[in-house]
Design a protein around this ligand. Structure first.
Ligand SMILES: [Zn+2]
Length: 141
């Protein structure tokens, strides 16, 4: 189902396809015209832990897959990296609790989104946002 999860779960002792993360069974990756994106596989209430960020790697420079830590450095998590941007996101990264939390109710099948500019001071590749929110800021740079 989730290729990124399988790749992370390379251990021979772990059954094939078993979730690596506790929250992974609640999330799915789907590949469409705009690339592979993260979706919810169940309903979330506001304030729920959507994804643990326990196992992360660090990159010295920002890129299209990283999240900037407030104390410096660019965090890479293979599932978080697939969350789309929204100017009115349904999730936020909590660095203190090292997890992704829902900021509003998320329905099954809905895209899991974060506001990239809530963590990163600038984008490695600026883009025009089409999130559809009334609060959409347009160009995200
Ligand atoms: Zn937007």
């Amino acid at each position: 189902m989730v290729e990124v999860l399988r790749r992370r779960g390379g251990s021979a002792s772990r059954p094939a396809g078993a979730p690596v993360h506790r929250a992974a069974s609640a999330l799915i990756l789907r590949t469409g015209p705009t690339g592979t994106r993260l979706y919810s596989a169940r309903n979330f209430r506001p304030g729920e832990r959507v994804l643990e960020l326990a196992e992360v790697t660090w990159r010295s420079q920002r890129d299209g897959e990283t999240v900037e830590h407030p104390f410096g450095g660019h965090l890479y998590h293979p599932i978080l990296a697939k969350a789309a941007h929204s100017c009115e996101p349904n999730c936020r990264v909590d660095f203190t609790r090292r997890a992704l939390f829902s900021t509003m109710a998320i329905a099954t099948g809905e895209a899991v989104t974060t506001d990239y500019r809530s963590t990163d001071r600038r984008m490695s590749r600026p883009f025009d946002c089409h999130c559809g929110s009334r609060r959409c800021r347009g160009r995200i740079s």
